[in-house]
Design a protein around this ligand. Structure first.
Ligand code: ATP
Ligand code: MG
Length: 249
């Protein structure tokens, strides 16, 4: 299923083996600029492995991944530069515990983007305001709720000016009342035109913000469709089975 947009992330014939285990099987996926793709599928289907491969936190066995026309190198300084194009938000927030919220967000821009401290702080404050935690800038991560910490993690990723944002189950470690505050920030980002790949089981988000839903099972992409099409008429038995369990659980 092709997208009419300019391709930003192109994944071609990607295979990933962990020893004997075939974790990603001939993955082909193109994400257009400004497109929001939700990736869903059962536990162990390879969703996190795919995210980690896109960010080169994980090597691939074969195939090609390119971002904005540039093939991801496997290592070196070029990789560091390309990795800065990809913002990543994980299930656990991974903020630096001994740095303030503001410092967590300014660290990367000062080190990697070579911004002055003053400029980095100005940008960080604007981003923290955008995700609704501007008034928490002087606090330490442990003084914030999980939902607030996850919004700081989003601001931190955005501070690097990424071309694409990857989210790997960003709300699954949160208490239910905090899920929406994080999803609202993500919906806002999507509306602002950010290119996003989002692993989530939050079907409300998928319906509201996704251009496409990709369903993975056993390391393969089995379906790639609009949310409407996927939720109303899934084509494979595995997707039907997965959806029926989601709805009843
Ligand atoms: N470092 C590793 N070494 C060996 N096998 C691995 C490694 N990382 C992941 N796997 C295996 O690869 C498969 C895919 O894992 P992955 O974490 O990508 O799944 P997932 O779809 O993200 O699942 P979940 O919904 O539980 O997060 C799993 O069977 C997992 O056990
Ligand atoms: Mg995972």
């Amino acid at each position: 299923m092709g997208s009419q947009r300019e391709p930003l992330v192109v994944i071609e014939n990607v295979e990933k083996h962990y020893g004997d285990f075939h974790a990603l099987k001939h993955i082909n996926l193109t994400v257009g600029r400004g497109e929001v793709v939700v990736v869903i599928g059962p536990s162990g289907s390879g969703k996190s492995t795919l995210c980690r491969a896109i960010n080169r936190l994980e090597t691939i066995t074969s195939g090609v991944i390119s971002i904005d026309g540039k093939v991801l190198p496997s290592e070196g300084r070029e990789l560091a530069a390309l990795r800065a194009d990809v913002g990543m938000v994980f299930q656990s927030f991974n903020l630096f515990a001994h740095k303030t919220i503001l410092e967590n967000v300014t660290l990367g821009p000062i080190k990697v983007r070579k911004l002055s401290k003053a400029k980095a702080e100005e940008e960080a404050k604007a981003l923290l305001d955008r995700v609704g935690v501007g008034h928490q800038a002087a606090k330490y991560p442990a003084q914030l709720s999980g939902g607030q910490q996850q919004r700081v993690a989003i601001a931190r990723a955005l501070a690097m000016r990424p071309k694409v944002m990857l989210f790997d189950e960003p709300t699954s470690a949160l208490d239910p009342e905090m899920i929406n505050e994080v999803l609202d920030v993500m919906v806002g980002l999507a509306k602002d035109g950010m290119t996003m790949i989002v692993v989530t089981h939050e079907m409300g988000f998928a319906r509201k913000a996704a251009d496409r839903v990709v369903f993975m099972s056993d390391g393969e992409i089995l379906e790639d469709a609009s949310p409407e099409e996927f939720f109303t008429t899934p084509k494979t038995d595995r997707a039907k089975d997965f959806l029926s369990k989601l709805i009843t659980s």
